[in-house]
Design a protein around this ligand. Structure first.
Ligand code: NAD
Length: 267
């Protein structure tokens, strides 16, 4: 891994989050990273943390082994067709573009290329992404391990069949927005009950963070953790009763399902 050189075509928000995560966790040295972007300020950002900004996509490809395609989805094909003549067996192409299929990547990059499609989410920006990947072209387990190792430094990544990526989009891709809405609503409830807004926001966000950690660290079923919090005739079961009356579970399930269907429509 330490000898792999990493390139970014598109040096925007996601590329920066990934690059900083890889460097901070020591999975790749800044001097072994290349990045390009038509916007000079973005290249300067990459220069500021020690990577090598270059002037074109082809230079990123010739300098790197693992190439992140981190442009907006509509530019992915154009970029891949541009660099296609320079792709070699040593390259692993990792596309993080939403909705761009392995088949589209293969059509643009050509046969015999190692292709990995990743669906990250916005908490990548704070090193806590929940991501999924699928492999295409000539990619094999060694490419999966490589991408796993890289994404372990910015959160968690799981391998799925490509047909499940829409469901991943509906759950973890869109999920941060559901949780932001939930945190805002919890805070509103706190303010409605007399808390100052800033304290209500902090308590709501920290409650979500702590609860998520309990799920991940204890491995206990969410129902069991919920039961542990509900004493007979207590405060929490009174709150839970209101959530159940409002159909909260069905609303979350429907949200994930609707977003999955929309992702399928857009693919
Ligand atoms: P961004 O706009 O911050 O970054 C894209 C960068 O690509 C820009 O800096 C732009 O100047 C550059 N660019 C445009 N044309 C280019 C070209 N021809 N060659 C090289 N660079 C070019 O966008 P982002 O939020 O970082 O998203 C990047 C990709 O990540 C998108 O495809 C998006 O679907 C995917 N993604 C983003 C998120 C997210 O939460 N932001 C989540 C999942 C997936």
């Amino acid at each position: 891994m330490a000898d792999k050189r990493i390139g970014f075509i598109g040096a925007g928000q996601m590329a920066e989050a990934l690059a900083r995560g890889f460097i901070n966790k020591g999975v790749c040295k800044a001097k072994h990273m290349w990045a390009t972007d038509p916007v000079d300020e973005r290249k300067e950002v990459f220069r500021s943390f020690g990577t090598n900004p270059v002037n074109g996509n082809i230079e990123v490809v010739t300098s790197s082994d693992v190439i992140f395609i981190a442009v907006k989805p509509q530019y992915v094909s154009v970029v891949l067709r541009e660099v296609r003549p320079h792709l070699e067996d040593r390259h692993t192409i990792v596309s993080i573009a939403a909705g761009i299929t392995l088949q589209s990547l293969k059509d643009a990059a050509g046969d015999g290329i190692r292709l990995v499609r990743v669906m990250p989410n916005t908490p990548c920006l704070v090193g806590e992404t929940a991501a999924a990947m699928c492999l295409g072209g000539k990619a094999d387990d060694s490419d999966a391990q490589l991408v796993q190792r890289l994404f372990d430094s910015v959160g968690k990544i799981y391998r799925v069949d490509e047909k499940l990526l829409s469901a991943v989009t509906g759950l973890s891709g869109s999920g941060p927005a559901y949780i932001f809405l939930m945190i805002e609503a919890l805070a509103d409830g706190g303010v409605r009950s007399g808390l100052p807004r800033d304290i209500a926001n902090q308590l709501a966000a920290q409650t979500v963070l702590g609860s998520a950690k309990m799920v991940l660290q204890t491995g206990k079923h969410c129902g069991a953790l919920k039961d542990m919090t509900c004493s007979p005739a207590g405060t929490t079961i009174a709150g839970i009763h209101e959530l159940e009356k409002a159909g909260t579970r069905a609303a979350f399930m429907n949200a994930v399902y609707a977003a999955t269907q929309r992702a399928d429509e857009l693919a």
